[in-house]
Design a protein around this ligand. Structure first.
Ligand code: NA7
Length: 317
């Protein structure tokens, strides 16, 4: 198996601002916002919230990642529970459903506080509807309010303030998050009950995952014929099939540049969640199943932390 170089560690640039912020006239909410999880998405979001004048309290499992935010004016806490005590509305943005549940139900988690006193908890980590229902139930049983706010978009779209927010659950929380959502997103949708936003987000990810594997296989075939991939992309651009995503990902595949905008491990996690959802409904999804296998295999080849477009490498074998 060839040795695969890990992508360079991404470092958040605390000085960069998205161009979109200048046009949005954001009046920051007076409430204090807690933030659990300062990965690439969380960091990008918190940076812009601080810049637009929101009061922010943060926690991250690896504590070192909090330092630049402390310097930028955020308060740093030792545990998720401490963040909940200090904030009115708490956002969570971690890798997966297990991490999201740990932060709520685990030791030093949110529910250790017993009485949330009408505080709001907003789940931004990509999760499945059942996990969201469990978290929502736990929060409500402790007198809290719950909103799932799934963030659809790449790390670059987060940096540009161009995410799409898909929300479900408590409408009052959705309204109270208005200035935060306006800071980070180009559109927000309130989709009703808990679970609906998770379903919509995972359905969109299914379209993305299946499209990427189709693109990768087609470009790999072109490569076998020694047809220039750039020519294929230029021609694709002139057809009715063109889309910003297909063109951007095609260019990345042609260059072999898999700088993680949407890490491959996240894409495979999403497909796994989709298939579990479908399983519960006896819904047949043969193409998605194969797509999941393709991403799983690419992960095994060492491309977990690369962009999802690295699926092209596997197609070329
Ligand atoms: P990253 O950059 O991989 O960051 C993942 C974050 O999740 C990071 O802060 C991790 O903490 C944290 N994490 C992961 N597992 C846990 C557990 N078990 N407990 C606490 N914290 C945890 O991902 P992104 O920021 O790109 O994406 C985050 C979410 O946004 C994801 O669901 C996307 O789909 C949308 P660490 O720094 O490793 O200590």
């Amino acid at each position: 198996r060839p040795v695969v170089t890990r992508p360079e560690a991404q470092v958040i640039d605390m000085t960069s601002r998205s161009n979109t912020l200048a046009d949005r006239e954001i009046v920051p909410s007076e409430q204090t916002f807690g933030f659990l999880g300062l990965g690439m998405m969380g960091s990008t979001i918190v940076k812009d919230l601080i810049y637009t004048g929101h009061k922010v309290v943060v926690w991250n499992r690896t504590i070192d990642k909090c330092q630049p935010f402390a310097e930028a004016g955020a308060e740093v806490k030792d545990t998720p529970m401490d963040v909940v005590e200090a904030a009115d509305i708490i956002f969570c943005c971690v890798s997966d459903p297990k991490g999201a549940k740990d932060l709520v139900f685990g030791n030093c988690g949110v529910l250790q506080l017993k009485d949330l006193n009408n505080k709001a908890y907003v789940e931004m980590s990509t999760i499945d509807p059942d996990t969201s229902l469990d978290i929502g139930e736990g929060i409500k049983q402790c007198n809290g309010r719950y909103l799932e706010a799934q963030i659809h978009g790449s790390r670059q779209e987060a940096a540009d303030g161009m995410l799409i927010i898909l929300a479900g659950g408590d409408r009052s929380v959705f309204e109270e998050c208005h200035s935060c959502f306006k800071t980070i997103a180009k559109n927000t949708f309130f989709l009703g009950n808990i679970g609906n936003a998770c379903k919509v987000n995972l359905i969109l990810q299914t379209i993305l995952g299946v499209s990427l594997v189709g693109l990768a296989e087609a470009l790999a075939l072109a490569d076998r014929f020694s047809i220039s991939l750039n020519d294929i992309i230029d021609i694709l651009d002139l057809t009715s099939m063109k889309s910003t995503m297909l063109l951007a990902k095609g260019k990345e595949m042609a260059k072999g540049d898999f700088n993680p905008q949407q890490p491959l491990s996240h894409m495979q996690r999403d497909l796994r969640l989709v298939l579990n959802m479908a399983e519960n409904l006896d819904q047949s999804m043969p193409v998605t199943s194969i797509t999941n296998e393709v991403f799983k295999h690419t992960k095994r080849l060492g491309y977990s932390e690369h962009d999802s477009s690295a699926v092209f490498v596997r197609s070329r074998f």
